[in-house]
Design a protein around this ligand. Structure first.
Ligand code: HEC
Ligand code: HEC
Length: 282
């Protein structure tokens, strides 16, 4: 670990701090829960309901289900694919319809783990997807229905869920803050919240000039990020570097030093702010 020696006691302290992090888990970016006004109500028309589901999906699911099929499976063919899932001997759930399969996939992601997408070392028995009805996602039953309606609609299947009446008092939503802390108000605050400045020179965050930090200087990232990995744009490269630091190691720097669990601890909105800021300076 020459990098550690290079930066002396400072980095030794950092290592102590970071040994608690899991270096093997798959980052699970914590999506921001949908805003309160996204609460679905029984008075909605079905089109509004599907549209609300699309907005919840964009906020809570697209980070992983980007449509590229790299972080999570594509869902556009789910209307037919679900039958293969439930017929697979590895299937451990009870779904008898597309609606049930979608609900089960959201609430019990490990009931079926799509081949190649399981947690590393689990032999595709454990899903890295967080349960949609709890934790940071904490969607209400009505919101889950809306997402199902959206997925059925985009997959070209019949929409079989309808808005359900919600109690006048509204829906209880466990606070995401419990696990991920309060949302940082802006990009610089987010960089500080996650202590990126302990290891990187960053735009807008003064560190003693010439101070040797364990990570690369990111003040010029706007110019360099687009050329770091062939075929990968600046924004994707930055996202990848934050969520999967082990995938690309900057030349001359120590691999394994940057925490690999930001995906578990960051709100989607915080990642977005950091990426906008580092890639485009806004
Ligand atoms: C942290 C990343 C992540 C997030 C966030 C996420 N998923 Fe997933 N999802 C996955 C992965 C990885 C899989 C494949 C493993 C598995 O089968 O559980 C998956 C599988 C699924 C499947 C089963 C796909 C199939 O082909 O059988 C559905 C349906 C699904 N997700 C829906 C959602 C919805 C809806 C949301 C938002 C509420 C969501 N996911 C949020 C990562 C994620
Ligand atoms: C404990 C030290 C440490 C912390 C904290 C840390 N990083 Fe890093 N980071 C590194 C090291 C070391 C590298 C170079 C090795 C590598 O690429 O994995 C790196 C690489 C990067 C790169 C890729 C740079 C390139 O050109 O390859 C980006 C982008 C980055 N970090 C962003 C961040 C952000 C944003 C945060 C806060 C959310 C953060 N880092 C927190 C140590 C750290």
């Amino acid at each position: 670990m020459t990098g550690v020696l290079r930066v002396g006691g400072y980095a030794v302290g950092l290592i102590g701090l970071f040994t608690a992090f899991s270096y093997y888990g798959i980052p699970q970016l914590v999506p921001e829960p949908p805003p309160a006004e996204e609460q679905v109500s029984g008075a909605m028309m079905i089109e509004e309901f599907v549209a609300a589901g699309a907005r919840i999906y964009a906020r809570a699911c697209v980070l992983c289900h980007s449509g590229l099929g790299d972080r999570a499976p594509k869902l556009d063919a789910i209307a037919t694919v679900w039958r293969e899932r439930v017929d697979d001997p590895r299937y451990r759930g009870n779904a008898k319809s597309l609606e049930e399969y979608l609900r089960e996939s959201m609430i019990e992601p490990s009931a079926y783990v799509v081949k190649g997408f399981g947690k590393p070392g689990s032999g595709d028995t454990e899903s890295p997807m967080p349960g949609a009805n709890r934790g940071a996602l904490a969607l209400s039953p009505g919101e889950i229905d809306a997402v199902i309606a959206h997925l059925q609609s985009t997959a070209g299947a019949k929409v079989t869920v309808a808005p359900r009446p919600v109690p006048a008092s509204g829906v209880e939503r466990p606070a995401a803050e419990a696990t991920v802390g309060e949302k940082a108000p802006d990009a610089v605050a987010a960089l500080q919240k996650f202590q990126c400045d302990m290891c990187h020179h960053l735009p807008g965050l003064a560190v003693e000039e010439g101070a040797r930090l364990p990570g690369p200087d990111l003040r010029k990232l706007r110019e360099t990020a687009a050329n770091r990995v062939a075929g990968m744009g600046a924004r994707d490269f930055i996202v990848e570097s934050i969520l999967f630091p082990a995938r690309v190691t900057a030349e001359g720097f120590e691999p394994g030093l940057m925490p690999e669990d930001y995906g578990d601890r960051m709100l989607a909105a915080e990642l977005q702010m950091i990426v906008d800021y580092l890639a485009e300076g806004r």
